[in-house]
Design a protein around this ligand. Structure first.
Ligand SMILES: Nc1ncnc2c1ncn2[C@@H]1O[C@H](COP(=O)(O)OP(=O)(O)OP(=O)(O)O)[C@@H](O)[C@H]1O
Ligand SMILES: [Mg+2]
Length: 415
């Protein structure tokens, strides 16, 4: 890796992060691997952009997993029904290197022969699927249970990850029951069910009446610790003869409440704006934050334009202004943010937290925050009160953490 060092050691647009640029997660990696080796399936939950998918890919890369399992990662985000699920599962399966294994290959070969496919070919080294647009190519169709069975009977045990697994609850079919019954037939395949909707996943896996009840060990992925993140950033800078003030790293950490994506995105800019043999400090970091906010300008404007009414907008500005907003229907707050009456605020909150907008989240009884801290900061910048947001970031972080810890059943925020 060292002879092809990337220009920037902070990764933001991929979940395939080389080990040397992957921050910490040692304990989580070890623990998850040991659950798997002990025969458990796992349900991995964390708010958005904390690092679930990256952790899964990292685990796939560890020798204990890489050498022992055929791994398959299936992201079902955006799938709407059982047919979409099957299609995505098959697409990932056919493209997986282990599908070259002989039994799987034979099965696909015989299928290809049976439909007398003249496009696309296979050889000892694997399949050459035809390029899209070349002709009347129809991919072979395997049913879900057939794919599971092929994986279960391959040379090594299978490890299948379904990312955004809560999605199946929105299918018109009773998908959880269907998948669960297939899984029960398998002898040696392990599963990781992954997702950001803790509430839905808890319901699927901890509710006695649900098909997946008690079928996987629950694992809540927390944010990366401050010390581990600071060490990671310091080392990353040092690898390029640059330094960074550890207080600036801590400031970013608190400001974004440890959200991995936002911290990495900011550090990426700070890194590229730091000259070799110089030190990045908080002043530079604030300049880079400003740049980050400017880059999101049109996205956030669009988001505000999606709000139907002034009431929703004012309720949004209220949550953004307060940061951790509580007592939204009190006279003082309603007056401060021009909110006309309690029931319209309740309505607006329902919409802002609803699946459609998903802008705000309820972190404790009557307490709301915005899902995206950058959006909160952008609103503050526009409203001319950014200074307030940049003061006391540590206290804000600690307050939010303690509320979330004491209210574990309320949907965890996507900070
Ligand atoms: N341990 C890590 N070290 C370095 N970068 C990381 C780490 N974990 C995550 N990231 C970065 O943070 C970003 C968000 O991570 P990832 O996409 O894995 O989160 P997620 O929880 O799966 O998010 P989503 O809910 O949106 O699917 C990624 O772009 C990745 O590059
Ligand atoms: Mg993900």
């Amino acid at each position: 890796m060292s002879n092809q060092k990337p220009d920037n050691p902070f990764f933001t647009s991929t979940t395939e992060i080389p080990d040397e640029f992957f921050c910490d997660r040692k304990k989580e990696t070890e623990e998850i691997i040991s659950y798997l080796l002990n025969g458990s399936n796992i349900v991995l939950k964390a708010p958005r952009r904390i690092g679930k998918s990256s952790l899964i890919k990292h685990i796939f890369n560890q020798p204990a997993i890489k050498e022992k399992y055929n791994t398959l990662y299936v992201d079902i985000y955006g799938t709407k029904n059982a047919a979409d699920f099957r299609e995505e599962l098959q697409r990932c399966f056919i493209n997986a290197p282990f599908a070259k294994e002989f039994k799987v290959k034979k099965k696909i070969e015989s299928y290809i022969k049976s439909v007398q496919l003249d496009l696309g070919s296979y050889s000892e080294s694997g399949f050459n699927l035809p390029k899209i647009g070349l002709g009347n190519y129809h991919a072979p169709i395997f049913s879900i249970d057939e794919i599971f069975e092929l994986i279960d009977n391959a040379d090594k045990p299978g490890l299948i990850v379904f990312d955004e697994f809560q999605q199946i609850q929105d299918y018109p079919e009773k998908m959880a029951g269907i998948i669960r019954s297939f899984i029960q037939q398998l002898k040696r395949t392990r599963f990781i069910f992954c997702g950001s909707s803790r509430h839905m996943l808890n319901n699927m896996f901890s509710n006695y009446n649900q098909p997946f009840y008690n079928s996987a060990t629950s694992f809540d992925l927390d944010i990366i610790g401050l010390n581990a993140y600071t060490q990671f950033v310091t080392d990353a800078f040092a690898g390029y003869n640059k330094t960074i003030d550890s207080e600036a790293v801590a400031f970013a950490y608190y400001l974004f409440s440890g959200n991995t994506y936002l911290m990495q995105a900011l550090m990426k800019i700070v890194f590229s704006d730091t000259q070799e043999n110089t030190e990045a400090n908080k002043e530079l970091l604030l300049k880079c934050l400003d740049e980050m906010l400017d880059r999101k300008d049109s996205d956030y404007r669009d988001l505000i334009n999606r709000l139907n009414s002034k009431k929703e907008r004012n309720t949004l500005y209220c949550i953004a202004g307060e940061g951790i907003a509580t007592g939204l229907t009190s006279t003082a707050i309603m007056k401060k943010y021009n909110l006309d009456n309690a029931s319209s605020v309740q309505n607006a909150l329902g919409n802002l937290c609803g699946e459609n907008l998903n802008i705000a989240v309820n972190i404790a009884k009557g307490t709301y925050i915005l899902q995206d801290r950058l959006f909160e900061l952008w609103i503050a910048k526009r409203g001319g009160y950014m200074e307030l947001k940049l003061a006391n970031v540590k206290e804000r972080f600690e307050k939010e953490r303690s509320l979330m810890v004491s209210n574990p059943d309320i949907i965890a925020p996507n900070l």
